[in-house]
Design a protein around this ligand. Structure first.
Ligand code: ZN
Ligand code: ZN
Length: 445
C-alpha cells in the first residue's frame, strides 16, 4: 500500500516536473508579430506611417519597424518619422523608426543593411545629414562578387552597434560574410522574391517558373550554393547570338549570362565559380567558434507599395517571443534570435527546454526537440516539416493537418544546432506558406 502510494506520488511529481519543464520554456513569453522592413514617402515608398499602421493592424501585426533609405532622408524627415511612429504607438501596437543603409544597388547582392533601434542615422554632425553609406561608400562591383569594400559594410555595422542598434543584412542572396558583423540576416524578403519573379517573367519564363526562380534566389540566403545553383532551368537565351544555346542551363550560368551577357546591369553573383555564403554555413561558423555570436534569420516584406490597402506590409513577418510589447523587449528578442520567420504558420520550438537562440547543454548525449506548429489559417494544412541539424535535414514530417505537436529524441555527439522549416499549403488557393525557426544550439560541455 505504502509502496503504491509512494509510486503514485513519484509519478505525480515526475509529471509535474515534466509538464513544468516543457511548458516553462515558452510560457514566460508572449508571441507577437512584427514586420521589420518597409518604406514610406520619405524615401521610395508610396504610403504614410498612418497607412502602414492601418494595413499592419488589419493583418494582425503587433509591431512594424519603418526603415526608409537613410540617404533619402533629411534631418527634418527623420524627426517626423520619429514623431509619427511615436504617435501611432500605444500599449497594443508599436510603430518604430529604423533606417536602411543603402550601398551598392545591383539587382542582387545589394549591400543594404537595416539599422534597428538607432536614434540617429546621421554620422557626426546631424546638420550635415551624412549617412553611413555616404561616409564609407559601397560602389557597384560589376566584375566580382560581394562588396568592393567589405570593410565599409563592417564600418556601417560598427556605427549601428555604437548607437546600441541591431544590424540586419537585407535581401542578401546568400552573400553575407562574417566580416560584416551583422546580427541578423533577412532569409526571406518579399519584395526581393517579387522583383526576381517579374525579372524572370521579362526573360520569358512562365509565371510558375518565374515564381520558382524568385524562391530559388531568395533561398540562396539559406542554402547558399548547396544545390540550387546547379539546378537545370530552361535556357532563356535561345535565339540570342553569342549566348549558350543548350535547351537547359544550370541556374548559376543563367545568373551569370543574365547579368553580363544579356542585360548588362546589376551585380548578380559575379561569375559562375563565385562562392556564396549560406545561413547554415554562418551558423556553423558560430558552432565551430569562428565567431562569438550567431547570425539569426528573419523575414520581412520590404514593402514599397505602402500607400495601397493591399500593400505587402505584413505578408512576410516574424513571430517574436517577448516578455511584453515594448520596443526594448522586441529588440531584445530580435537580437537573441527568439523569433521565427513566417508568411503564415506559427511555431514554438525548444530543445531540452531551451528556446530559439539559446543553447542547450547536453549532459547525457541526447536532445529532446519539442515542436508545435499551427497553420494559423482555417483553409491551410501543414504539408512538410523539416528538422534541420547542423545544415542537414535530420527528419521530414508530413502532418497533413492544421496543427502538429511532437517531441523528437535525437542523439547528440557533437556541438551543433537544430532549426525547423515548415511548409503549409492553402487548400482553397493552392498557395504556399512557410515558417522557418531560428536555431537552438546544443553544446556538449
Ligand atoms: Zn534594400
Ligand atoms: Zn528596403
Amino acid at each position: 500500500m505504502r509502496t503504491r502510494l509512494l509510486s503514485v506520488i513519484l509519478v505525480a511529481a515526475l509529471l509535474i516536473v515534466f509538464v513544468a519543464g516543457t511548458a516553462s520554456a515558452a510560457s514566460k513569453f508572449e508571441l507577437i508579430y512584427y514586420d521589420g522592413h518597409m518604406h514610406t514617402l520619405f524615401s521610395d515608398g508610396s504610403g504614410t506611417v498612418g497607412e502602414i499602421v492601418e494595413t499592419a493592424k488589419s493583418r494582425g501585426l503587433d509591431a512594424v519597424i519603418i526603415t526608409d533609405h537613410c540617404k533619402s532622408l533629411t534631418l527634418g524627415e527623420w524627426n517626423s518619422l520619429v514623431a509619427l511612429t511615436a504617435a501611432e504607438s500605444d500599449s497594443t501596437f508599436l510603430a518604430l523608426p529604423g533606417f536602411e543603409v543603402t550601398g551598392s544597388d545591383g539587382m542582387f547582392n545589394r549591400d543594404h543593411i537595416n539599422a534597428l533601434g538607432v536614434d540617429d542615422p546621421f554620422v557626426g554632425d546631424d546638420e550635415s545629414e551624412l549617412c553611413p553609406e555616404e561616409i564609407w561608400e559601397s560602389p557597384p562591383n560589376p566584375l566580382g562578387t560581394g562588396a568592393v569594400y567589405p570593410e565599409h559594410l563592417a564600418k556601417w555595422v560598427d556605427y549601428i552597434h555604437s548607437k546600441g542598434g541591431i544590424a540586419v543584412h537585407n535581401h542578401p542572396s546568400g552573400t553575407t560574410t562574417l566580416t560584416y558583423g551583422v546580427n541578423n540576416l533577412e532569409v526571406y524578403n518579399q519584395s526581393h522574391v517579387d522583383d526576381v519573379t517579374s525579372y524572370a517573367r521579362m526573360l520569358g519564363y512562365s509565371p510558375q517558373e518565374a515564381w520558382e526562380f524568385g524562391m530559388l534566389l531568395n533561398n540562396l540566403a539559406i542554402y547558399g550554393e548547396v544545390d540550387e545553383l546547379n539546378m537545370l532551368m530552361p535556357n532563356p537565351f535561345l535565339g540570342y547570338p553569342g549566348l549558350p544555346q543548350d535547351p537547359y542551363l544550370p541556374m548559376r550560368d543563367i545568373l551569370y549570362y543574365a547579368t553580363y551577357g544579356f542585360s548588362g546591369v546589376g551585380q548578380w553573383l559575379g561569375a559562375p565559380q563565385a562562392p556564396l555564403t549560406s545561413w547554415d554555413e554562418l551558423l556553423m561558423a558560430y558552432v565551430n567558434g569562428t565567431v562569438d555570436t550567431p547570425i539569426f534569420g528573419l523575414a520581412n516584406s520590404d514593402a514599397h507599395n505602402t500607400g495601397s490597402p493591399d500593400s505587402n506590409v505584413g505578408i512576410a513577418k516574424n513571430g517574436a517571443y517577448v516578455k511584453k510589447l515594448s520596443a526594448k523587449e522586441l529588440y531584445k528578442a530580435i537580437k537573441a534570435g527568439r523569433t521565427f520567420a513566417t508568411t503564415g504558420p506559427s511555431l514554438a520550438l525548444d530543445v531540452n527546454g531551451e528556446l530559439m537562440g539559446d543553447t542547450a547543454y547536453i549532459l547525457d548525449g541526447s536532445a529532446s526537440i519539442n515542436l508545435s506548429v499551427n497553420s494559423e489559417s482555417p483553409t491551410a494544412i501543414l504539408v512538410k516539416i523539416n528538422i534541420i541539424k547542423n545544415g542537414e535535414v535530420l527528419q521530414t514530417i508530413s502532418p497533413l493537418s492544421s496543427t502538429y505537436e511532437d517531441t523528437l529524441a535525437d542523439e547528440v555527439t557533437e556541438d551543433g544546432y537544430y532549426r525547423v522549416e515548415v511548409t503549409g499549403v492553402d487548400i482553397a488557393t493552392g498557395g504556399y506558406s512557410f515558417a522557418w525557426s531560428n536555431p537552438v544550439f546544443v553544446d556538449i560541455p
